[in-house]
Ligand binder design. Structure first.
Ligand code: SF4
Length: 264
């Protein structure tokens, strides 16, 4: 037990050192998460697919902002938060896996004063499942990790609540449980774990549904506003949509390579 604790402290110390001596821009922009890049850069985890699993080389989501309306966005947030036992905590300690926000908040660098209608339009924000995720690199316990198919996961039991991942994510895609979330869950779904105080959580592209051969729940209720598929397959829905329409990503200059695309 003592050895485990010593090893953990060593890793945490190296992580802190790495975070403090390397500029954030360098951390964000430097390469992928390959093992050759050093102690902090974990290799991608194998996907344990079942016989019915939906599989891909690189999962991605495309959001058609023209098809989003109040009802569709409410349905999407509702289904996601219900099946994942996301608590409804009032105030600034709220937990969010997917949420509605203005385009000007999503695309800080794209906004200009000559397109006020576009800036005020609402769209959805969620974890971008970045191909080069800084949140994964800074996690000292590997509680957040990336699968071979690109999905950035959370192991709630390994999370020690240090919140380095939240500091590392430039998109505010992660939420922290400052209090016990369980009393704030409206109807607990037994099929998905609830979390505890001191744990970080976020969207996982419905990995638990993909293994059962189901598409993400948000896509199913989106009335065509959300598409999900394999970025590596030119015949996939996501690639076809991106070939037909202009697609943008959030802050691509950071080098994180987000895999959520917005059709504008
Ligand atoms: Fe990590 Fe944030 Fe990218 Fe999601 S959006 S993979 S939390 S850096």
């Amino acid at each position: 037990m003592k050895t485990m604790r010593r090893n953990f402290l060593k890793i945490a110390a190296v992580a802190v050192l790495g975070w403090s001596v390397r500029p954030a821009s360098e951390l964000l922009a430097s390469g992928g998460s390959e093992p050759s890049e050093g102690l902090l850069f974990a290799s991608r985890h194998k996907v344990h697919a079942g016989p019915n699993s939906l599989t891909a080389k690189r999962w991605a989501m495309v959001i058609d902002t023209a098809k989003l309306n109040e009802k569709v966005m409410e349905d999407i947030v509702h289904v996601c938060h219900t099946i994942h036992n996301v608590p409804n905590i009032p105030g600034n300690q709220n937990i969010k896996w997917i949420w509605e926000t203005h385009m000007e908040h999503l695309f800080l660098d794209e906004h200009n004063e000559f397109q006020p209608e576009t800036a005020a339009k609402s769209a959805l924000a969620l974890c971008n499942h970045c191909d080069n995720p800084p949140c994964v690199r800074v996690c000292p316990t590997k509680a957040t990790f990336q699968r071979e198919d690109g999905i950035v996961m959370m192991d709630f039991h390994r999370c020690i609540g240090c919140r380095y991942c939240m500091a590392g994510c430039p998109y505010g895609s992660r939420s922290f449980n400052f209090m016990d979330p369980r009393p704030y869950i409206e109807t607990t779904t037994p099929d998905f774990p609830t979390r505890t105080k001191g744990v970080v959580e976020k969207c996982e592209f419905c990995a638990e549904r993909l293994v059962e051969g189901k598409m993400p729940a948000c896509v199913e209720v989106s009335e065509g506003a959300l598409a999900f598929g394999d970025l590596a397959d030119p015949e996939s829905d996501v690639r076809k949509l991106m070939a037909e329409r202009f697609a943008i990503r959030r802050s691509p200059h950071l080098g994180t390579k987000p895999c959520v695309y917005y059709l504008v």
